[in-house]
Design a protein around this ligand. Structure first.
Ligand SMILES: [Fe+2]
Ligand SMILES: [Fe+2]
Length: 158
């Protein structure tokens, strides 16, 4: 049985950017609710509602992160931005597949496999990509939820 404890917020996930950390908490909360399994069938209406909330949250969350990466100029940072943005796109595609399935629009796909892929891309965002992103940005970090941070300046390596 899947251990849903891995979707509980941990201080180890905190990257020090109030709004992003606040979003990550909410993403983990929704991701946990989405972990329906074949042996414990989900309530389709409730799961669809969770998936739609998660899609809206991810849409604004990824837009904010991509805004932080907009001014990157360092070649290594640009490679990071490409990979990070591509993973955001993959996450949104997985979410769309989950929603289509729950809407009865694509019965050919394996819902549980798509949820696993979605989980993998989102956990990668939270535990790895966003930490790496901040090494390329200069932001005034704050642990306060909702605090507006200054716009980043791309790092130039000497
Ligand atoms: Fe991200
Ligand atoms: Fe993120």
């Amino acid at each position: 049985m899947l251990d849903t404890a891995i979707f509980s917020w941990s201080e180890n996930f905190r990257i020090g950017h109030g709004r992003i950390d606040q979003d990550h908490r909410a993403i983990l909360h929704h991701l946990r609710a989405l972990q329906c399994r074949p042996h414990a069938p989900c309530d389709v209406k409730k799961t669809l509602s969770t998936a739609l909330k998660l899609r809206e949250l991810c849409r604004s969350h990824f837009a904010e992160e991509e805004g932080l990466m907009r001014d990157f100029t360092d070649p290594v940072a640009l490679v990071h931005r490409d990979i990070h943005t591509m993973r955001h796109g993959a996450t949104m595609a997985h979410l769309d597949s989950v929603i289509a399935h729950l809407n009865g629009e694509s019965e050919g796909i394996d819902l549980f496999k798509i949820i696993d892929r979605l989980t993998e891309t989102l956990l990668m965002d939270i535990t790895w990509l966003d930490f790496e992103m901040l090494t390329f940005t200069k932001v005034e970090l704050s642990d306060e939820p909702g605090v507006v941070v200054s716009f980043p300046k791309a790092l130039t390596r000497s």
